[in-house]
Design a protein around this ligand. Sequence first.
Ligand SMILES: [Zn+2]
Length: 61
Amino acid sequence: MLVKIIIVFLGLMALVAFVGRVLFPSALPRVLRKTATAPVCGTCGRHLIGQKTCGCGGRAN
Ligand SMILES: [Zn+2]
């Protein structure tokens, strides 16, 4: 009985987290969104994928 309550509770938590992520994607901390955004050059604003420095001489910020 107790195990069933725990499973239901965990399921509700997962559901709340899923709904919250769909409704409020901007409310997530930056760590969780790191994969969605590539580093951007601080000088020209170009996306830097797989490199730390840009062709224009700027660096990723
Ligand atoms: Zn650049």
